[in-house]
Design a protein around this ligand. Structure first.
Ligand SMILES: CCCCCCCCCCCCC/C=C/C(=O)SCCNC(=O)CCNC(=O)[C@H](O)C(C)(C)COP(=O)(O)OP(=O)(O)OC[C@H]1O[C@@H](n2cnc3c(N)ncnc32)[C@H](O)[C@@H]1OP(=O)(O)O
Length: 308
């Protein structure tokens, strides 16, 4: 599993401007199976599926629906992150795709965030590889050249919230049982600077300050109030609303939208790119501390006991 994601962002010329363009370099064969519903023409549609991610691309609209399907809670393991990154990379390179909708195939959960078992009881090399894949998915989604909409059809703590915030627009299901937020502090861990900055850019400084220190999780209506999500709609309408929304974004000329997005986001992407290695070191130092391992162990047990 070593060297799964070994890439950085590259700059691609677009007219006189340079745009961010991601690419996941992966050193293993992807288990994605692909089937095309018509032969090679501009309106061909395709489906592909791996164990964690399912992709349906409608070639006639240019919209791809990327569904998380990692039972039981779409926790983001190294394999999940790798497959998601590869799928997004393929879509980014596919000229027939103009935008993606990220959503969940599982009931009640968008994503439970990072897979805690990847951060507990493992060795430093594993932690470093895992963290690199977390950086990778953020770089990929936050710097995505195409439109990315999160259709949040369930709870979305921590890493799930991060991926949603990295999208261009968020639509959440109106179910008061669902929660979204960066709850790291409640686990006894700390959201790194790029999680924090993504939230600051979404909801502002003061709300982020309170959210991070308390590890606040918001109901859909509260998330809407603070601007953590852009729309709250009945659950059955989440995907159709995301499709309607992305259609509006598609009406904007791609190059103008892409350059505008890059102008807003490139400084943050560059900041992480410039400090990837130190960020990995910080993570490994932090996560290997006895006190942090103890907190995570305690949290995992509490999740299991909640069920009992
Ligand atoms: C100077 C500054 C220094 C700073 C340095 C910083 C360095 C960086 C530090 C580290 C940063 C890490 C950032 C972390 C980000 C994260 O994403 S951490 C993960 C946070 N996620 C959560 O807290 C969610 C926990 N889960 C839940 O709340 C619930 O499970 C749910 C998602 C709401 C679903 O509930 P329900 O449907 O009732 O399912 P459950 O029964 O609870 O769960 C089913 C099984 O799944 C397991 N599970 C749940 N979540 C996770 C997870 N995130 N990872 C792994 N496994 C998970 C759960 O234990 C159940 O397992 P079983 O009992 O075995 O069935």
């Amino acid at each position: 599993m070593a060297a799964v994601l070994r890439r950085g962002f590259r700059l691609v010329s677009f007219g006189s401007s340079q745009l961010l363009c991601g690419g996941c370099k992966h050193g293993r064969t992807s288990s994605l199976s692909i089937c095309s519903t018509s032969s090679r023409n501009s309106s061909s549609s395709s489906s592909s599926s791996s164990s964690h991610v399912k992709v349906d691309l409608d070639g006639s609209t240019g919209i791809a629906v990327v569904k998380f399907q990692s039972s039981p809670v779409n926790s983001m393991s190294l394999d999940f992150l790798t497959e998601l990154c590869i799928s997004l990379e393929k879509l980014e390179l596919d000229r027939s795709c103009r935008g993606v909708i990220l959503t969940s195939a599982l009931p009640k959960i968008f994503s439970a965030g990072l897979d805690i078992t990847e951060m507990y009881g493992k060795n430093p090399e594993h932690y470093a590889e895992f963290w690199k894949s977390v950086q990778e998915i953020w770089l990929k989604v936050y710097g995505y050249s195409k439109i990315a909409i999160a259709a949040i059809n369930g709870s979305s703590p921590a890493g799930g919230c991060l991926v949603s915030m990295a999208c261009d627009y968020r639509i959440m299901a109106d179910d008061p049982r669902y929660r979204i937020g960066l709850n790291e502090a409640q686990l006894g861990i700390v959201a790194p600077f790029w999680f924090k900055d993504t939230m600051v850019n979404t909801v502002g400084f003061r709300t982020t300050e309170l959210s991070l220190q308390f590890g606040l999780m918001y109901s859909p209506s509260d998330a809407l109030k603070i601007g953590l999500v852009d729309q709250v709609v009945p659950e059955e309408n989440v995907l159709s609303t995301a499709t309607e929304t992305i259609t509006k974004w598609l009406a904007i000329p791609d190059h103008a939208r892409e350059i505008s997005k890059s102008m807003m986001r490139k400084p943050m992407v560059d900041r992480l790119l410039a400090s990837r290695e130190s960020d990995i070191k910080n993570f490994v130092n932090f996560i290997t501390k006895d006190s942090i391992q103890k907190s995570l162990g305690f949290y995992m047990n509490s999740l299991k006991q909640r069920k009992a």
